[in-house]
Design a protein around this ligand. Sequence first.
Ligand code: FAD
Length: 477
Amino acid sequence: MNAENREMVGGTRDKKRGHPLLRWSTKQETFSHGFSQSDLQALSAICEAIMPPVPLLSLDLDMKLKVLRNDALLSFFKSSGSHVRPDEVAEVMATKAMPVTVTVVRIVLRLLTFRLGTLLLCGFVCLDKKNWSFLLLKFSDISLEKREKVLQKWNKQWYNPLARIAFMMIKAIFLFYYFTWTNENTENPAWDAIGYKVDIGENEDIERKQRPLEKGIIETAKEDEATIKQLMINKGLKLKEDKESNTFKIECDAVVIGSGCGGGVAAANLAKSGLKVIVVEKGNYFVPQDYSTLEGPSMFEMFEANGLLMTHDGRFRFMAGSTLGGGSVVNWAASLKTPDAIIEEWSVDRGIATFDREGYTAAMESVCKRICVTERVIREGFQNQILRKGCEKLGLDVTVVPRNSSEEHYCGSCSFGCKTGDKRGTDITWLVDAVDNNAVILTQCRAEKLIFADTESGRRKKKMLGSHNFDIKHSHK
Ligand SMILES: Cc1cc2nc3c(=O)[nH]c(=O)nc-3n(C[C@H](O)[C@H](O)[C@H](O)COP(=O)(O)OP(=O)(O)OC[C@H]3O[C@@H](n4cnc5c(N)ncnc54)[C@H](O)[C@@H]3O)c2cc1C
């Protein structure tokens, strides 16, 4: 958003909250996106067509009066995609989106900077019938109304995958940026207009020193090679240096890759049984006082592929946690037990021994106990209240979804980390058990390759020698 627009509206939310990685960085002046000025002009023309200004004349009298009496609404209706700095949208795209989709966007934007390219992608809409001496127009010179029609077509044109993917990606990134971006005072001009509020003060009271995994964690992003080595030794690991390949071999009994719902529980149990366990997690470690609940940066930082993991045709988007604690940190806390019929199907019909009714049910009970699953909810969320009311009116049965947070907990921002520490993710349960039993956790550390070797005997053909190449890449997931 340009400077003028940023200053237009917004309440005063004066303080910075949360970890710097979970806030928007301050205004950027240099960019690394690599788009040319003409690419950016085409991008801006697309953004304007995705979000055009709403002319007051098009509103009915009631709405017009409402808008004229409300500064925030007025500026929201007047503003459009062209008010957002294309550099900023391009930067988010180039640094956060999947490289293959960014390449498609680059190709499409470049084509749109040429008249023939525009003709190829948009068809005859780029013919300027009024001006016979200047017949073909490039995309940014086409009228706003016609640009909107082009985008509507792209959205449906399965036989034009380049344009369709580029449109989906630009739309997703631009709207996400427009509605989630905040300035240093945690303000976004659109929020007051659409009535969106972020509760940013709740974690103020949590003591700074609470970092329950401190004892076993090595946050590789904060260290260098020498200090990582020293910290590993301090935490009881034996290292062997292989000068030839410039690698370290770490001796341990078990390596758990990923610290989410599966990895966290496995690490706790393996460590409890006396094994020396290493947990390798490619995300970062955050604690309740770090969470900002700001959608944009939280999504980029704590979700797989910056929250932008989608199929190549852009039709499906996938959400998965990628932070210490994995999905258990960003999920909605609904803790449903596996229904009996499903256990029956798995254990009896499919004959899978792991799901043997007694053993599986006991394990499930033990998990529910550790993460404090409760069916009692004192304050129900707004949308749940509406849903309940609707179901009751229709005469449908309504039950409470059990959650792994306390009965009085309510926040509405579960997907961006629990600021009160109420949600019992692996980061405050199983991983704590694991480090209490001497497990070591490496964050910002991605396992790249599993090495298998033949066994001398036995039923399994291969045994795992090691998880190779803990790629310690700072800020890369
Ligand atoms: C927004 C959201 C809401 C959800 N809500 C609910 C809900 O209410 N109830 C429910 O039951 N389920 C919910 N889920 C699903 C649930 O969280 C997942 O099913 C669960 O977390 C999966 O556990 P997991 O151990 O397989 O993987 P995850 O919990 O996703 O953990 C995988 C971890 O491994 C790390 N990792 C991956 N590859 C590597 C590598 N190569 N090297 C190092 N680390 C790696 C990742 O960074 C991640 O932290 C939700 C999920 C999301 C995303």
